[in-house]
Design a protein. Sequence first.
Length: 248
Amino acid sequence: MAKSTSEALEGTLPGEGMLFMVPTPIGNLEDITLRALNTLKTCDLILAEDTRHSGILLKHYGIQKPLLSYHKFNESARQEQILGRLAEGQQLALISDAGTPGISDPGERIVREVIHHGYTVQALPGASAGISALCASGLPTSEFHFLGFLDRKSARRRRKLEACLELPGTLVLYESPHRMEKLLEELHDLMPKRVVVIARELTKKFEQWTRGRAEDLFARRESIRIKGEFVVLIGPDGFDPFSDMPTQ
C-alpha cells in the first residue's frame, strides 16, 4: 500500500531530502487533492513558478510556507540552492502556476538533477489539462501522443505536425490564444478531414468545447472565442465519431 505524505516524511533518514511534485488546480481551486494540501502544509519550502500567483492558492487554503521562485529563466541558477537544501534533509514541494509540474512547465530539469544526486522524487497525482481534455473529448484514449506547445516558428510547427500525420491514436497539444488561428489554418492545410476538439478554459466559469473536422473549424474560426488557455486534440486518420451528430 502506498504511504501517505506524513508516512513518507517519517520514513526518511536523517539528512535525506525529498522533492515532491505537487499538481495544482488548472482553474477551479477545489481541484486539488488532500494529499497535495498536506504536502504543501508539511514541507519545508515550496518552489513556485510564480510566487505571487501561487500565493493566491496558498492563502485560499491557509498555507503559510516559505516560497522560492523556480521557473524556466532561473532553473540553472536555482539548482545548487535546491540540492543544498536537500542535502540538509529538507522536504521540498515543486508547484507550477497550474496543473502538473514538469508537463509543459518547469520541473523536468531539476527532477533529473535530484535523481542524479541520489535524492528521492515523489510525484503526486492531480490535475492535468491534457488528460482532462482527452477524457471528455470523445476521441480515442487507448493511445495518444502529447506534443505540448508547438514551436512558435511557422516552419518548425509545420514540420512537427507533418511528422505526426502517420502517428496512430489521438494527438494532444497546448496552444496560446494568439496562435490559435494560425494552428487552425495549419490543420486545415495538412489534415482537413481529421476530427479536432478544442477545449478552452477547462474547469473555469467560461469552459467551452468546440468539435468538428479541421476544415469546418477553420471555416468558422471567427465564431471561436480566441481567449484563454487551449487544449487541442486531433483524432487519428479515418476516425470520425461525429459524422452522424451535430458539431458543437
